[in-house]
Design a protein around this ligand. Structure first.
Ligand SMILES: CC(C)(COP(=O)(O)OP(=O)(O)OC[C@H]1O[C@@H](n2cnc3c(N)ncnc32)[C@H](O)[C@@H]1OP(=O)(O)O)[C@@H](O)C(=O)NCCC(=O)NCCS
Length: 176
């Protein structure tokens, strides 16, 4: 199956032609506000990174989030770190196309990827960390059934200040 359908979105592998969008999102301070952004990269670096990526597999699944209505690539979701011995993976999401924020796409992309993780990959637990100030993200995670399990103090640095993060976990059977 090359495409994983959700309600509003579908998930599909990334292509080198997606590099320009990815590069633009990674250069947008509003999109990256609560994300680990690292150092700025050239477009050529991003093309190389996509071309040189290992194939998607159990331990690292990266999918583009495409809006079903117009076929536009609007973000990314990644399930990584899975190991058969633990059945635990981490999930990350971001939507770089800000016009689509608030339209239910992020919720649908998270739900679709988590369902894939539990049903196809037979994961037992999916976890993430989120900066305490990122209210919209915390809201959608809670709505999907993620539980705030702990608060990590001063682990995220932005604009010369430290911020706390919540560790959130979702067990198989809890996805809403
Ligand atoms: C976080 C993100 C994935 C959400 O995706 P989205 O498509 O905008 O989200 P949705 O439209 O599905 O849902 C947004 C929800 O947040 C709620 N919300 C918006 N602003 C809010 C706020 N300040 N406080 C609490 N809830 C808020 C909305 O009401 C909506 O909930 P509802 O459907 O119950 O009404 C997206 O905005 C994004 O990628 N942001 C930048 C990167 C990022 O922060 N990623 C997460 C890092 S952990």
């Amino acid at each position: 199956m090359t495409v994983i359908p959700g309600e509003l979105i579908r998930l599909r592998p990334m292509e080198p032609a997606d590099a320009e969008a990815l590069w633009r999102w990674n250069s947008d301070p509003e999109v990256m506000r609560w994300m680990q952004d690292g150092y700025r990269q050239t477009l050529a670096n991003v093309v190389k990174a996509i071309e040189g990526r290992e194939r998607n597999g159990y331990g690292d699944v990266l999918y583009g989030v495409e809006a079903k209505a117009d076929g536009r690539l609007i973000g990314l979701v990644r399930l990584h770190g899975a190991e058969p011995e633990t059945g635990i993976a981490e999930i990350d999401i971001y939507l770089g196309e800000k016009d689509y924020w608030g339209g239910g796409y992020g919720t649908d992309a998270m739900r679709t990827m988590c369902r894939y993780g539990f049903e196809q990959m037979r994961l037992h637990r999916i976890q993430l960390t989120v900066v305490a100030e990122n209210e919209p993200a915390r809201h959608i995670y809670r709505k999907l059934g993620f539980v705030e399990e702990g608060r990590l103090r001063q682990v995220f640095r932005r604009d010369g200040r430290w911020h706390d993060q919540y560790l959130m976990g979702l067990l198989e059977g809890e996805l809403r």
